[in-house]
Design a protein around this ligand. Sequence first.
Ligand code: AMP
Ligand code: MG
Length: 482
Amino acid sequence: MSTENPFLNLTYEPAVEALGNDYYDIVTAADFPQHILRFRNDDLLPRLGLQPETVNDFDFIEAFGQFQQRSPLLALRYHGYQFGDYNPMLGDGRGFLHGQVRGIDGVLYDFGTKGSGTTPYSRNGDGRLTLKGGVREVLASEALHALGVNTSRCLTLVETGENLWRGDEPSPTRSSVMVRFSKSHIRFGTFERLHYLGRADLMTPLIDHVIEVYYSHLMAIQDPQERYGQFYAELVQRIAQLAAQWMSVGFCHAVLNTDNMSITGESFDYGPYAFMDEFNPRFTAAYFDYMGRYSYGNQPRICEWNLWMLQKPLGLIMSASDLETGLASYRSHYYAAYKQRILAKLGFRDLQSELGDELLRLTLELLENTHVRYHDFFSGLTGQFSKHWCNGPEQILQTTMDKSDDDAAALLEAWRLHYHTCLATLSATEITQVADCLRQSNPIVVLLRPEIEAIWEPIVAEDNWQPFYELLAKIQQPFNDR
Ligand code: AMP
Ligand code: MG
């Protein structure tokens, strides 16, 4: 084993391993016939104290394709509610925790794999990730990060030279292994499993660990009950903010099962996700989501349901009233975060509260009743914005909306009038800041499905990765904020 490899020389902190083997199984990685590095996330290296120039492609392959390692590989144990039904047959079935490293920012990061081989939790699965699945997760996490969503990232994607058979991709299809860079792979489902097994004794070490590492400011609270109460209340707030972030950028995660909900409030695990084009709360991204449980518009409610279900395991060590109090503020946290982000997309950083409430209400009413393309609406506003709009409502936002639809025309008229009222409260300097705010809040490129399909075609047809790298560069800088 090369000792020059900077990844193998990092200081690994065995935080999960130290919890003891009730929470994981030690596994080995698959031996792949081929290793072709398709993506390396140089943006993350400084966080690990590494300079990208000093890390070569083979270092990535050795650590994150061949899985030479400094610590045991841990398939994490968890259960979860999948589409509303409890599933005790889960766990890391195609991944493991490869290692944990403290960033120079003081945060403890996980290297977590996807597609690295079978584990005791694979059931009938092959433990593999398709190349397209890997490409899609790289794209989703980079796009969401650039849009200000609290998300895991991808550190590497290595193509591994196997043929895979999948029902949702033309098969055989190519294989890959991805390494995720995230703040913890402990999920709501990690707690749910302990409740199911009746292991209250394992609950306290787990919650103490989560608070110590990911909610460390709460360690100052001496009384454990009070500390746990604050932890749950803060988790509720973080999840409400995450839901507001997804909603504002038009993102549909698609599989919000409790095993895909991180206990740190970070978004992760991108399967059949989609960014929504035409505004539609009923938009679903997963073809198997027949009931629309995880539709775009249901996401805030589902996150609240997931937090509510988490009360069952937490109830083993916490009082019902602390849990109730924690969840009670979910909706107000969600509304505040969502309102702030939508008002920013409309150009307002600071708007008198009632005016803001009304602008949000009218905007949603307009979007819902006109089936306008979500991102086009905001980029249209950004492109057309003029300081002269404060002279009168007539000029505000010319759209391609169906002019023959009287209801839509009336909604647009009401929206224009109110938008003008909001502008009229601003000073001349504040008006120029509206233009900046619009540019900084509304992307000029959006990762819609056709964009992904367009870069996938040349990869399949001629192994041409250039369009992928070009799209990646664009979504990493989505704003025209000069
Ligand atoms: P996901 O839908 O990716 O969140 O996965 C749900 C569960 O199925 C997790 O326990 C995964 O580890 C497992 N799983 C998904 N795909 C595979 C596969 N190809 N092989 C084995 N396990 C899998
Ligand atoms: Mg998952």
